[in-house]
Design a protein around this ligand. Structure first.
Ligand SMILES: NC(=O)C1=CN([C@@H]2O[C@H](COP(=O)(O)OP(=O)(O)OC[C@H]3O[C@@H](n4cnc5c(N)ncnc54)[C@H](O)[C@@H]3O)[C@@H](O)[C@H]2O)C=CC1
Ligand SMILES: O=C(O)C(=O)COP(=O)(O)O
Length: 526
């Protein structure tokens, strides 16, 4: 089935073309009210947003087919990542796409505040000429405090250094080496940095810790006439008290790109000439949007195709060397999981996966996820992706154990899985790396399972296969390939029969009645 992606905000044409070139349908529906999004999402496998779309739990839970949410930019505070993780939905972003633009916009706001650009512009547009009122200050040799020394904060530091500013900063997760490289004197206390700065800029994510990080206490400690800039997220500077301190003249000017509530049509900041306000334009450049669109299209397509999503935020990306080693086995593990669900019949309490031969020692996490997906999806018990595999296993009470073995039973590599004592193993063969079943319930085999198979376990004796062939022939069911494996110790045999045609309950009953000493018969659909 063609995969479908819903795009709810303006995305670069190059990103949309990339999705379509990969056979993915991309529907652009802008400015959807929340209830329309909830109603539309069940038809989509992917969702691409920017900052204006609220991807709530309700949206995610309504998205039964949803596998990937792509954020064409950095901040994912508008996405309920926890709800997505619980549902096995990958959340990814384009974390480097717009950072230069955000840093440049920061500098633009800082300079606009320092030199009264916005106010002077308004006066000249009003056909007036005033100069004295607009005498500003230089950035040169002023102290800039940077809160958040990540990607954008780092780029701002580089640019501010070029203006000859002194840099101080606060970021408990920034190493002293990085701070030194950026030329930033690092402090471990917000309140220690605040009084030092002529300019303060924040480049923090919106989290419980950062919202309201600056309020009346911090404003009161600042230098008189300080300039504050926020291109990160609204609310990091508490807006109402910020207006009070602007009104009192304690704060000299503010450059604000992001607001507590967006779109922002009412803010206490509106009344101040020395508040330079832009409508969340930090990422709004042609270059950033081109990058964000192309990158997120690439990552969302990768997620829908089952490949690595390097910027996934709720699952560890699989390193290329691990993917090269174990990735080709993922479909085989999914197939074995499904087979186990059908043969074992119940959700197992204990699952053991052993990676053998060339796979020994490689991280088997994605193989476990593939197995659980096959196992649990067969009965529609759960949607499993690598994002939520562990959580789902836990929820179903499945204890998972993994092991490695240098021996792969004569094959270059092999994965064997045991679910509550029911065993299956596969290897991959040929250039196409197609799965071959090499062991089932302890019987040695070497067969490529087809879409539909019949698996017989019986007491070995002449004529059994003849009976199977006759009954299937009478019922118009074609045997495409088959293999028999005998177990000399207990005199039993297993026949794995790939078939074409309609295997009804009546056919199964006829086979059961016709085969004396039949132990088990399973109809496996993959
Ligand atoms: N206005 C706009 O259009 C744009 C806004 N942004 C926003 O800018 C912000 C920063 O983006 P990036 O630099 O790319 O993120 P980043 O993740 O590279 O950097 C964030 C930094 O904040 C630090 N941090 C996290 N919690 C902290 C805390 N409680 N106290 C102090 N430091 C803390 C982290 O250690 C990290 O170094 C984000 O909120 C992002 O959404 C980014 C791009 C465009
Ligand atoms: O990337 C970010 O974090 C931004 O804030 C940019 O937002 P936008 O994509 O312009 O809605």
């Amino acid at each position: 089935m063609t995969k479908k992606v819903l795009v709810t905000e303006k995305l670069a044409e190059a990103g949309l073309s990339m999705l379509r070139d990969r056979g993915i349908e991309a529907d652009v529906r802008l400015k959807m009210p929340p209830e329309e999004l909830v109603a539309a999402i069940p038809a989509y496998d992917g969702l691409i947003v920017r900052s204006a779309t609220k991807v709530t739990r309700e949206v995610i839970e309504a998205g039964g087919r949803l596998r990937v949410i792509g954020r064409a930019g950095v901040g994912v505070d508008n996405v309920d990542v926890e709800a997505a993780t619980e549902r096995g939905v990958i959340v990814c972003n384009a974390p480097t796409s717009n950072i230069v633009s955000a840093a440049e916009h920061t500098m633009a706001l800082m300079l606009a505040c320092a030199r009264n650009v916005a106010q002077a512009n308004a006066v000249v547009h009003a056909h007036e000429w005033e100069r004295g009122r607009f005498t500003g200050v230089e950035l040169y040799e002023k102290t800039l405090a940077i809160f958040g020394l990540g990607r954008v904060g780092g780029l701002v530091a580089e640019r501010a250094r070029a203006f000859g500013m002194r840099l101080v900063g606060y970021d408990p997760y920034c190493s002293p080496e990085r701070a030194e490289q950026l030329g930033v004197a690092l402090f471990d206390d917000v309140d220690a940095v605040v009084p030092l700065a002529d300019f303060i800029t924040v480049h923090l994510p919106k989290t419980k810790e950062t919202i309201g990080m600056f309020g009346p206490d911090q404003y009161a400690r600042m230098k008189d006439g300080v300039v504050l800039v926020n291109t990160a997220r609204g609310g990091i500077f508490e807006e109402k008290s910020l207006a009070d301190f602007l009104a009192a003249g304690k704060i000299g000017a503010v450059g604000i790109d992001v607001f507590e509530a967006e779109p922002c049509r009412e803010s206490p900041l509106h009344e101040f000439d020395n508040a330079v306000l832009t409508p969340h334009l930090g990422a709004s450049t042609r270059e950033a949007q081109e990058r964000a669109g192309v990158q997120i299209a690439e990552y969302v397509a990768a997620g829908l195709e089952g490949s690595i999503v390097p910027t996934a935020l709720n699952m560890a990306p699989v390193p290329p060397e691990v993917m090269d080693a174990v990735g080709p086995y993922v479909p085989a593990c999914q197939m074995m999981g499904s087979m186990l669900a059908q043969i074992h019949g119940e959700i197992p309490q204990f699952l053991k996966l052993c990676a053998g031969g060339e796979l020994a020692g490689a991280d088997p996490s994605i193989l476990v996820a593939g197995t659980l997906k096959g196992l649990l999806s067969y009965k529609n018990t759960a949607t499993v992706t690598p994002v939520n595999a562990n959580a789902v296993a836990k929820r179903h009470g499945i204890k998972v154990e993994t092991a490695s073995a240098p021996d792969a039973g004569g094959y270059a590599s092999r994965v064997s899985i045991v679910a509550d004592g029911t065993e299956v193993a596969c290897t991959l063969a040929g250039e196409s790396q197609a799965a071959r079943l090499v062991s089932l319930l302890g019987y040695k085999l070497d067969i490529a399972p087809a879409g539909q198979s019949l698996v017989f376990e019986y007491v070995d004796a002449p004529g059994r296969i003849g009976v199977i062939g006759t009954i299937l022939g009478e019922e118009g069911i074609n045997i495409t390939t088959m293999q028999i494996s005998a177990s000399p110790e207990d005199g039993r045999a297993l026949a794995y029969v790939n078939v074409e045609g309609e295997v009804t309950d009546a056919v199964l009953a006829k086979l059961r009645a016709g085969l004396s000493d039949l132990k088990s018969l399973w109809h496996v659909r993959l």
